[in-house]
Design a protein around this ligand. Structure first.
Ligand SMILES: C[S@@+](CC[C@H](N)C(=O)[O-])C[C@H]1O[C@@H](n2cnc3c(N)ncnc32)[C@H](O)[C@@H]1O
Length: 350
């Protein structure tokens, strides 16, 4: 079989797996949404009957899933970065996820975003129940449910969006091949470690020695990440605030952050972005995968307007109204790619 037909066959296989995974999460999410809205008498937002928008969103999701499959098939992504049959785990967990998610509908109905534990070590903005999830980022229980809930929200495409970061990471790794010292990477706001595993998969296949440092502000999310990433070599987890990174300037070859900026108030977001650039070496790469901003894909703008109304996301509107590409003090990104509801940007530090 020729190389191109073998890639083609593999691509069909990966596409099949990706679409089945997406379909499964989408079906679970639809059922849950119907049940939650019925039980808690919540009206569907008008966008749900906007066929034009639904078609555009579906098309954009399919494009991302196809791209993701093709990148596994042609070797752009390391096989270890694939989700495998993790969707089976999601079926097994679906009763508990459903039960807990119904509590989210109840909090949504009552606009109840207060957390029950007020830890003075956390900044004020953090002490809230983001997405109406149980106790926000301050509970081990919410950390356990987080990944399933994010995949439900994005119809099984959350990891495919996170994987967009692997393309500029690969470029950065390639340009480091001749340098003998370790390739040092910092992941900011690693959450439950889902992105950490993907970064690690790419780093470990390069055969160049590396160190991966992953931080998060939430002790509970970090605890979860440490558990699920226990077998990752050369990887260190620690608790820190993205807006005050405990590193000297010019320490890392690459810094990566996924789905962080929309969770931060404007001033903290600005500080954290500057901090990520500060700790990068000259020539280093800063990679961000985050939600689309208004105007990135105008047909999907109504989804961005609706998102913070449905979920408790008090800083999303200010994030979505800006342009990450025009961050103060940053050069023009050398890499920009949109994937469904996300945007991957990468800058090189001069
Ligand atoms: C939406 S989650 C994204 C997590 C992960 N990167 C992912 O891809 O799923 C946002 C994460 O940002 C963390 N976070 C919020 N504010 C932070 C800060 N100032 N410093 C570090 N982490 C922060 C939260 O604890 C949470 O884990």
């Amino acid at each position: 079989m020729s190389r191109s037909s073998s890639i083609n066959l593999r691509s069909q296989l990966y596409r099949g797996l990706g679409f089945l995974r997406g379909l499964s999460y989408h079906a679970q999410s639809k059922t849950l949404n119907k049940l939650g809205r019925f039980l808690f008498q919540l009206e569907s937002p008008p966008i749900e009957s906007n066929k034009f928008l639904q078609d555009a969103a579906r098309e954009s999701l399919f494009q991302l899933l196809k791209l993701d499959a093709d990148r596994f098939a042609d070797g752009t992504y390391a096989p270890q970065a694939h989700d495998g049959l993790d969707v089976v785990k999601s079926w097994l967990r679906s009763p508990i996820v459903t039960f807990k998610s119904l509590a989210i509908f109840s909090r949504r109905k009552n606009k109840d975003w207060k957390v029950s534990t007020q830890d003075p070590l956390y900044p004020k903005y953090f002490q809230r129940s983001f997405h109406f999830q149980e106790n926000g980022y301050q509970s081990a229980e919410s950390a356990k449910l987080y990944d399933a809930q994010v995949e439900l929200l994005f119809a099984g495409s959350a990891n495919a969006m996170r994987r967009l970061a692997l393309v500029p990471l690969r470029v950065a790794l390639k340009s480091h091949q001749e340098i003998t010292r370790k390739f040092k990477v910092l992941e900011v706001a690693c959450g439950t470690g889902s992105g950490t595993k993907l970064l690690h998969a790419e780093l470990s296949r390069s055969k160049h020695p590396f160190e991966l440092w992953a931080l998060d502000l939430s002790a509970d999310y970090l605890g979860h990440a440490k558990k699920v990433c226990a077998d990752l070599v050369s990887t260190h987890f620690f608790q820190a605030d993205a807006s005050e990174l405990p590193f000297e300037s010019h320490t890392f070859d690459a810094v990566s952050a996924t789905f962080l900026w929309h969770e931060l108030p404007n001033d903290i977001r600005k500080k954290a972005l500057q901090e990520c650039m500060r700790v990068l070496r000259r020539g280093g790469t800063f990679i961000s995968v985050e939600s689309l901003q208004l105007g990135d894909n105008p047909v999907l703008d109504p989804l961005l307007d609706q998102f913070p109304l449905e979920f408790h996301e008090p800083f999303f509107k200010s994030y979505a109204g800006q342009r990450l590409e025009e961050t103060e003090g940053f050069t023009t990104p050398f890499h920009r790619e949109l994937g469904f509801l996300s945007k991957c940007l990468a800058w090189r530090k001069e």
